[in-house]
Design a protein around this ligand. Sequence first.
Ligand SMILES: Cc1cc2nc3c(=O)[nH]c(=O)nc-3n(C[C@H](O)[C@H](O)[C@H](O)COP(=O)(O)OP(=O)(O)OC[C@H]3O[C@@H](n4cnc5c(N)ncnc54)[C@H](O)[C@@H]3O)c2cc1C
Length: 666
Amino acid sequence: MTSSTPTAVDPVRLQQVLDGRWAHTRDECRELLRDSDFAPTYGESITESRFRISRLTKKLGQTGRTALGLPAEYGGDADAGASVVMVEMLAHADLSLMVKAGVQWGLFGGAVHLLGTKAHHDAYLRDISTYELPGCFAMTETGHGSDVQQLRTTCTYDPQTETFDLHTPHQAARKDYIGNAAQDGRMAVVFAQLITGGAGRGVHAWLVPIRNDDGTPCAGVTIGDAGSKAGLLGVDNGRLSFDHVRVPRTMLLDRYGQVAADGTYTSSIENETRRFFTMLGTLVRGRVTVGAAAAAATKVALDIAVSYGDVRRQFTAPGRDREVVINDYLVHQRKLLPALATTYALHFAQEELVGRMHDVHTAVHVQGEAVDETVQRELESRAAGLKVANTWHATSTIQLCREACGGAGYLAENRLPALKADTDVFTTFEGDNTVLLQLVAKGLLTGYRDAFGSLAGWSKVGYVADLVRETVLERTAARGLIQRLVDAVPSRDDDVSMLNRGWQLKMFEFREKHTLEGVIRRLRKRASKPGVDPFDTFNDVQDHVLRTAQTHIDRVVLEAFVAGIERAADPAARALLERVCSLYALYTIEVDKAWFLEHGQLTPTRAKMLTTTVNSLLKELRPQMGTLVQAFAIQDNWKAARILQEEPIRQESMAAFDRQRPTVKV
Ligand SMILES: Cc1cc2nc3c(=O)[nH]c(=O)nc-3n(C[C@H](O)[C@H](O)[C@H](O)COP(=O)(O)OP(=O)(O)OC[C@H]3O[C@@H](n4cnc5c(N)ncnc54)[C@H](O)[C@@H]3O)c2cc1C
């Protein structure tokens, strides 16, 4: 150990910092999932896997702990944060179970709760929470997944019969990929275009029975199976089509739009697009959950790879009597430690997001306060950004962990192939990542939507400066702390240590601000030309727009990490987190070194120093790799990787054999 190496850290102290505000929920789930029934299972057929996951979902439903997000009168705790954390914890154990639970209690239950009103709650929420009533969230159609405002399914009101006519007009309007549809779902929340009095009112949602008690499809409903998938074998994704299905008027989930018996339409939100996005915004919890679950799966993969890397040996080094442990190789550390540091950073950002979501949800849905549109929009943007960051990080890190375990990483018995296959689609469902990044960027370009209609606004003098001031300087938690750190950075960069947190924050802030200003300048320039086509104006800078979103997310994540460290009471845990935070910051800058050089933020000398500093951080953190993964508190039965039991025994027997054999000179 070098003198600057952080002292030994108790992983439990670190875990306490990570467990955060919902530590009690995490502990409760750890206890619940200790049951060996929840351990990962390998080599099943689709039928076996679906059967097992259905059984486990029922078992979860019977614990009485799946209604956490629901009001107390329906058996819940009205704790939106806990409901996300619970599904996140399932992802440690089984991703099919996590998705099935997410569909049942997050999407289906969430839609009935948040889009429906008291009559729907009284009739259905209890049975939904216990899984007596398995259900689906049927939004996507074969023809429209990302642009769901363009759904083609229609639901037309008939005042004569006081029913809606739910209809799939053609093949592309078929509901597709719908979780819980192929086997278990009894009802579905179906999204369709509402037509009443001959006028379209935009997309709304209805609660529709799809299966009879004997499991056969209801009259007029066609149910198909999405068939074999790359992963998530236990989730029964299916297809739904409706042939003029009669739906009673009361089954419209009418919180945001009501249809009277005579067909009169009312809504407190006049504008159709605003109403639609308000409805979608209400359902933000699903997106928050997917990001959290991706992070949970990433932690399992890292735990497996780091634990294996601490016992696996390859190649000898001169003067050593045993082969080298693979975690001692710098390039192995370069794979695992930056990924670990990013996982920590994202954890703190996610924790902050869940807290925000919980507070907004509690204010609006428990305390009955009016929705603050700015707060809601910021929440949606943050949820989208972190869903993107967490799911892409999961995809790249799980692959990296697979490679870090060599051939063993490719064997199903070591869990990594399933983690890879199961989380792959997380980058697509609950919003395609590219599309979500545009949502984040649009949030940054305040007034984007207005400007889309009236591009002249972009060329106003001073507009850019105002916009950038308003958006970029909006900070995450611990605003004051971060400002103090940034303000304390000496003005001559060359004199500043790269471990200076203020300098790191300043670099992230500069990159985001500069990128955003660049986009606005380019948009302004195009907008000021006569006869400009709004689509081309934005499409021509789409790559730049997405980059802006990414730099914004990076800053938000770093600031959340800095704020999170403040929670660490234990000095050793805190010192370690400071190091990990520096690794996250400096590695992120290193990856984008060319940009910082191009924009005069790094001299060639400092650019080289950056790589040296990252490498010395890796060396310092090498002895702490095990502690960093132990703090994730992933139980052995969730890891279920055979190499973790067998490799230490193999290495010991090999060492014993080597001690007895005569030395062979090569
Ligand atoms: C396993 C699984 C489970 C699912 N479960 C459900 C469920 O329970 N309920 C439900 O309603 N849905 C569900 N879905 C559907 C899922 O939400 C959609 O697949 C997703 O929203 C993407 O839509 P799409 O497949 O139509 O892709 P598309 O929207 O067609 O996207 C295809 C490509 O086009 C790109 N693209 C699209 N628009 C733009 C743009 N403006 N700019 C640049 N690029 C663009 C995207 O980045 C993507 O790469 C599930 C899907 C899967 C695979």
